[in-house]
Design a protein around this ligand. Structure first.
Ligand code: B3K
Ligand code: ZN
Length: 883
């Protein structure tokens, strides 16, 4: 497959204005009639009509009712001799949904039909200009067996339905909004819906539906509540109303990713729809809220205004990630719960996006080229893209950002546009802002890859009571030659040694009592002088993680302890604790220090755990050591086994040194009463689960069986999945003998709950490795009757969880983990290339590994790369890794 370049973008030579699709649905052979009205785009030179098509059988082509000659080119149907002017085109083709293991296009799952068209799946259904800047109005007729597929859904509004002969029936749908083909969807299956009518602020009535398989209806309440909350929020915060009479969510068990924002007919992985307290954890509940919100918010940011080309993917994804993060934050009452959400989001960014941005797949938020666009649905496009939008909001203020959004829709509703158009609208609506002042520089966030480094050094001058902060930036190593400075918003505070917040007034400014403020670093280096600073301050920089950079501020333990104990910014408070832990882990890994924890650190952790004013959720985040992957990211040469050993040892020390404190937490913080997935209860459950896992680690080390016994009891009788999974995790994490019977118990309880069986696989795959036991179990589980590579959730739950979530199990000195990876990637690649390419990313950072890992990893990569029929998706990933 060729490289596609952003600079080669050209508008299409034809527009497709309307599409009438008729489907005769049959798993083995579905017939598609596709009637299009086509206009010539007179702004570009005339040429043949080249329609995308993949794995289709063409049966006829008519232009204005007459047959025309055509030819096939790889991936295209080419029609040379077309009528002058505008014309209609009718195409008939068939496809084979039941053989579609790629889960892209039209496929079957659980006896029903479903579609996934983004990015380039529509061409696997019929021939089309399958690119996002071609927007058409769709009318869709579905015909199918009434008994097997009683529910027939497509985008927009239902205009007609009825019976046909031979036990078949039909439904006709019309979507009044022009849309690109990637937003087309259909569903035909035996489903039932939870329904809710809502009236929006403007007074319009809408029907909301969540469609699931019979038997799953009792698991849809939270998804529906999340959908209602999303509708209300978008109207309140951005004045963006629901624009269709009917809005549907459909859950499907076989799905390549989380969910899809098809116009009016969102299709979701069951994982992000189905939840009951017995089957879903707090994390699952929050995940559902955020994904339901995300897909709903796409209705404006993505659907009403879409992307001109796929290089602009972050236009909709970065913006919609930002919106779903803001939604989740606005859904909680306390500032502390907002901060917890922010910390979790940043932790995810650093865990996934920072490594991506430093490795072979590094690319700008707006990439310059790709082989397979599906490989660029990345943490950079999504999460870093979200941070770029967040920085815009920081630079123009919350109200200014809302004004910018309004201008963006005034200008671009109904269009397919670029990232530049978005930034321009936000800046134009805020002409006096720092964003408008720095716009050309700011847009480098879209153009330059890599995580920038910011170095900060402060100097206090007692006689003048001034504090001068020098800030310097350098682009990340993957930014490429000639990288120019970024525009970096840095929110700062100054804190006295006793914890007092000091003023943050710059010289020549009118005095203010503010204790937090924004600095904008838009050059390679700048100095800021604060006045009226009564004492030598500890700087609290990058509050709330105001920019996606790596900060080095040179603060030592004493200063970090001041921040941990006193910072009014909860993000930096957490960050200080993580840095104290990280410094100790890194020193021990390097062999510069023993891996024994000092009492200063242990006491600080105890103070946090016992603090009467901190929330449980926040405590749990502080008391969780930085992950092995995050630690590895700080190193030039990575020995995964050494990192694992040091981190496990420090965890065991925290478990032992704070035993009485963990017991106190476990005994006093249990949540009683009915399960509610709110942040306060969830925080308490998280801390109690951490306490239980610490107590089990400590108990097993001492040969005491009481705590594992309690955990086992909890696996048997917990009243919700969060507690049950926490208890099982505690047994696995401490290598307790009771882990085995607990796993059996767990499986027996949930044998008919696929999403819970996924957890059962992934918990075993990600348990801390010891003597190859976990690897052995993973290999055995491949042959478990419940395992299937064809189901993406299941494949991820075993293979993904092991290769990505278990560094110490995976990186074996004998290379068997890498060989296992290569075998699974090759198996998957023959079936589902998008999923295979995702799994292939596990090896992105192989060049960082120390020997013998590095050489063994390379051999496995070369074996995959040498496979003759490897998909272009996986080839692009392993090719970049090796290249
Ligand atoms: N837009 C889809 C992702 C499509 C992925 C295609 N490989 C879901 C989302 O971001 O909301
Ligand atoms: Zn999205």
């Amino acid at each position: 497959a060729p490289l596609v370049r952003r600079e080669d973008y050209a508008p299409p030579p034809f527009w497709i204005r309307t599409v009438e699709l008729t489907f005769d649905l049959d798993p083995a052979k579905t017939m598609v009639i596709n009637r299009m009205t086509v206009e010539r785009n007179r702004a570009v030179p005339a040429g043949p009509l080249r329609l995308h098509g993949e794995e289709l059988n063409l049966t006829r082509v008519l232009a204005d009712g007459q047959s025309v000659s055509f030819r096939h080119e790889p991936g295209f149907l080419v029609i040379d001799n077309l009528p002058e002017g505008d014309f209609t085109l009718e195409i008939r083709n068939t496809c084979c949904p039941e053989k579609n293991t790629q889960l892209s296009g039209l496929y079957t799952s659980g006896g029903g039909f479903f579609t996934q068209c983004e990015a380039e799946g529509f061409r696997r259904i019929t021939y089309f200009l399958d690119r996002p800047d071609v927007m058409a109005v769709y009318t869709v007729t579905l015909r199918a067996s009434q008994a097997q597929y009683p529910v027939l859904l497509s985008n927009g509004n239902l205009v007609e339905q009825g019976e046909l002969e031979g036990g078949r029936h039909f439904a006709k749908w019309h979507d009044p909004f022009p849309k690109p083909s990637y937003l087309f969807a259909l569903v035909a299956a035996d489903l039932v819906a939870r329904e809710q009518h809502i009236r929006t602020r403007s007074g319009s009535e809408h029907l909301l539906q969540v469609w699931v398989r019979r038997g799953d209806l009792d698991k849809t309440e939270h998804a529906m509540n999340s959908l209602v909350a999303s509708v209300v929020w978008d109207e309140a915060r951005f004045k963006l109303p629901l624009d269709l009479e009917r809005f549907m969510i459909v859950a499907v068990g076989d799905f390549n990713m989380g969910a899809m924002e098809n116009k009016g007919l969102n299709i979701f992985n069951t994982k992000y729809v189905l939840a009951t307290p017995a089957t879903a954890t707090d994390t699952d509940y929050f995940g559902i809220e955020s994904v339901v919100g995300h897909e709903y918010f796409h209705n404006w940011t993505g659907n009403r205004v879409t992307c001109r080309d796929w290089f602009q993917l972050s236009l909709k994804e970065g913006l919609t990630v930002f919106r779903d993060q803001e939604f989740s934050m606005d859904m909680v009452e306390s500032a502390s719960a907002r901060a917890v959400k922010r910390i979790e989001d940043v932790r995810g960014l650093r865990q996934v996006q920072f490594p991506e941005d430093a490795g072979p797949m590094a690319h700008p938020v707006r990439p310059d080229s790709y082989v397979e666009i599906n490989n660029f649905y990345t943490a950079t496009v999504y999460e870093k893209g979200g941070e770029v939008v967040r920085m815009m909001q920081t630079l123009v203020g919350r109200d200014g950002f809302a004004r910018g959004m309004t201008l963006y829709f005034e200008r671009h509703d109904g269009q397919a546009v670029t990232c530049d158009d978005f930034a321009q609208a936000i800046a134009d609506a805020n002409a006096e802002s720092e964003l408008a002042r720095t716009l050309p520089g700011f847009k480098r966030w879209y153009a330059q890859a890599g995580t920038p480094r910011v170095t900060a050094r402060g100097r206090y001058d007692a006689p003048t009571r001034t504090y001068t902060l020098g800030l310097e930036q350098a682009p990340g190593p993957t930014a490429g030659p000639g990288a120019e400075p970024f525009v970096i918003p840095i929110t700062v505070g100054l804190i006295g040694r006793s914890g007092r917040a000091l003023p943050v007034e710059l010289e020549d400014e009118t005095p203010s009592s503010a204790t937090s403020r924004l600095l904008v670093l838009d050059e390679a280096k700048a100095f800021f002088t604060f006045v009226n600073v009564d004492e030598p301050p500890v700087p609290s920089l990058l509050r709330g993680f105001s920019a996606p950079v790596v900060l080095s501020d040179g603060l030592g333990d004493d200063e970090l302890l001041v921040l941990l104990n006193h910072d009014s910014d909860p993000f930096n408070r957490w960050e200080a604790g993580q840095r104290l832990a990280l410094a100790r882990i890194l020193a021990a890994v390097a062999g510069d220090a023993p891996d024994t924890l000092d009492s200063a650190f242990v006491d600080a952790m105890r103070r946090v755990l016992r603090s009467p004013e901190l929330d449980a959720a926040f405590k749990e985040l502080v008391l969780t050591l930085p992950s092995e992957i995050y630690v590895a990211e700080q190193l030039e040469r990575v020995d995964p086994q050494r990192i694992h050993a040091v981190r496990e040892s420090m965890k065991a020390q925290l478990a032992g040194a704070l035993r009485a404190d963990w017991e106190w937490a476990y005994d006093t913080l249990q949540v009683t009463g009915a399960y509610r997935p709110d942040p306060v209860d969830a925080g308490r459950r998280a801390l109690v689960n951490l306490a239980l896992s610490m107590l089990c680690i400590d108990a097993v080390a001492r040969g005491d069986e009481a705590w594992p016994g309690r955990a086992y009891q909890r696996v048997k009788d917990a009243s919700n999945m969060t507690d049950r999974q926490g208890a099982l995790g505690a047994l696995l994490g401490s290598h307790a003998a009771l882990a085995k019977p607990a796993l059996e118990r767990f499986h027996a309880l949930f044998a008919n709950e696929p999403l819970v069986i996924d957890k059962w696989f992934s918990m075993q795959a990600s348990a801390p490795e010891r003597d190859g036991e976990v690897f052995g179990a993973v290999k055995r589980l491949l042959h478990h009757p419940d395992f299937s590579l064809a189901n993406p959730n299941r494949a991820r739950s075993l293979i993904g969880a092991f290769c990505m979530g278990n560094p110490a199990g995976f990186h074996r000195a004998d290379g068997a983990g890498y060989a296992f990876w290569a075998d699974r990637v090759l198996e998957l690649d023959a079936m589902n290339r998008q999923l295979a390419a995702r799994m292939a990313r596990v090896m992105d950072r192989w060049k960082q590994l120390a020997e013998p890992y590095r050489g063994l990893a390379e051999a496995a990569l070369r074996r995959v790369a040498a496979h003759p029929t490897l998909s272009s998706d996986t080839r692009e990933i392993v090719g970049r890794a090796l290249g």
